[in-house]
Each structure stands twice: as structure tokens, then as C-alpha cells.
Design a protein. Structure first.
Length: 256
């Protein structure tokens, strides 16, 4: 058993630089094949946002190579993974805060990361990049840490109103913006008829959930070539509809 994975990233129609960073790694371990996928969206209005997102992907790469093997040998479980990730993110947050303070810059990044192992998935999230689980329908696994999502939770906005609200990109937290971060951690199980989609917010603002499902459902994502093609198709649809942010996505599933 192994995994299929694919990614697509695009600077978009407006910005001069792509501040999104992506990381995918797969390895055979003592617990079988493992796949890690990460998307970090450097804050669009902040100086050197691409630096913050790249630093965080570098930290996940280091974690995958150095710390995951130890974690698996010690006896993997979701709680031990959660603690390991939270410690790593806290260290990265301090590093970015220290750099921005010395350089007098304001930089930050979202992060959504997915680990697939033994028919289980684990995800950690800060900000408004998302993880979706696609099987018989499209399921949003992460919850946006944004002002409008908080108002939806309070009953002050509907989900439809939140999508159109001019504050939809205002984050409650991100890596590099405050001393204390509170990641969302989610875990569950999946089967061979499941596709996972990680994406920055630019990938899903102007396309509908139904369009995501129609193009990225398991029947349409049977090979890595199909996965790349369909991820790119939705990117082009976003650009056609004048999405002005960077646009990035990763798809992953069990190999058939």
C-alpha cells in the first residue's frame, strides 16, 4: 500500500510573487507507508510573507526526517503526534517572531498539514487554509480561524454571508503574528475511496463546493496525472473568475 499525491500552485492574476509554500513527503516506516502534505499561505498584505511560509515548510521537512521516525518507534498515537506538532509550531512561531522583530518586518503564515498513516489521518491547522475530505460528498475538516467564522459561530452571519463579507480574510491568528498560538487538531479514519484536498484560501473563494466535488471526487482522481490535471483545471477556473490571491492545492489518496 502506498499513496498518490499531486499539487498545483499559481501566482494568480494580480500578485507579483507567490507567497504560498507547499511540501509533500512520503516514506516507508516501521508502521508502513506514511505521507505528509503541508500548505502554508504567507500573509498577502505583509512584507516577505513568502519567507514565513517557506520557513514553516522547512520546519515540517525537518520534523518529517528527524522526529517522525522517533515518534513512530516510541509508539505512535494521535495525542503524541499532536504534542510533537504543537511543540514544532511553537518553535517556528518564536523563530519568525524573533526574525520579524530584528528586521522590523510584519510577516506571518497560515498552515494546514495532513499526515496519512495506517488508514488514519491527522491534521493541524492555523488560519484559513483548509483540509477537505472527499468521498461520497465534500466534507470540510478544518474550521477557519477568521473573524467572519467566529461571527458565523455566534449566529451573527450565515455561511453564505461570510463568503461575501469584505472581512473574510481577516485572521484571528497565524504563525508569526502573536506569542501564543492555538492550533486546531483533527484526526479520523479513511478508506481507499477517499481523496484529501489541502488548499490555500485563494483556491476556494470563487468556486463552489459542488464544483470542487465534481472535479476532485475519487472517481476523477484515479492517477497522479488525473490529479494534477484536475487541480490545475480548478486553478484556471479560479483565475477566469478573477480570484486575485495566490492559488495552491495538494491532493492525496491511497494508491489503487
Amino acid at each position: 500500500m502506498g499513496y498518490l499525491s499531486a499539487y498545483h500552485t499559481d501566482v494568480g492574476i494580480k500578485k507579483k510573487t507567490n507567497q504560498d509554500s507547499l511540501y509533500i513527503a512520503e516514506a516507508n516506516t516501521v508502521r508502513g507507508p506514511v505521507l505528509l502534505a503541508v500548505i502554508c499561505d504567507g500573509m498577502g498584505g505583509l512584507s516577505e510573507g513568502e519567507l514565513a511560509s517557506a520557513v514553516l515548510c522547512r520546519e515540517f521537512s525537518k520534523w518529517f526526517r528527524q522526529y517522525l521516525p522517533v515518534l513512530l518507534k516510541q509508539g505512535w498515537n494521535p495525542e503524541s503526534l499532536k504534542t510533537s506538532w504543537e511543540n514544532m509550531l511553537a518553535g517556528a512561531n518564536e523563530e519568525i517572531l524573533d526574525y520579524s522583530g530584528r528586521k522590523h518586518l510584519a510577516i506571518g503564515t497560515t498552515v494546514v498539514a495532513l499526515l496519512l498513516i495506517e488508514n488514519s489521518y491527522c491534521c493541524i491547522n492555523i488560519g484559513d487554509s483548509r483540509l477537505y475530505k472527499i468521498s461520497d460528498a465534500l466534507y470540510q475538516i478544518t474550521k477557519d480561524q477568521t473573524v467572519v467564522q467566529r461571527e458565523v459561530d455566534m449566529g451573527l452571519l450565515t455561511a453564505a454571508q461570510a463568503e461575501r463579507d469584505p472581512r473574510r480574510n481577516v485572521l484571528l491568528q497565524c504563525i508569526g503574528a502573536s506569542a501564543i498560538i492555538e492550533p486546531q487538531f483533527v484526526h479520523g479514519s479513511f478508506d481507499a475511496q477517499t481523496v484529501f484536498l489541502l488548499c490555500s484560501d485563494g483556491y476556494r473563494h470563487v468556486v463552489t463546493p459542488q464544483e470542487i466535488y465534481d472535479n476532485l471526487n475519487p472517481a476523477k482522481m484515479r492517477s497522479e496525472q488525473e490529479m494534477v490535471s484536475n487541480l490545475a483545471l480548478l486553478t484556471e477556473l479560479n483565475k477566469y473568475r478573477r480570484e486575485d490571491d495566490n492559488i495552491s492545492a495538494i491532493a492525496a489518496r491511497l494508491a489503487l
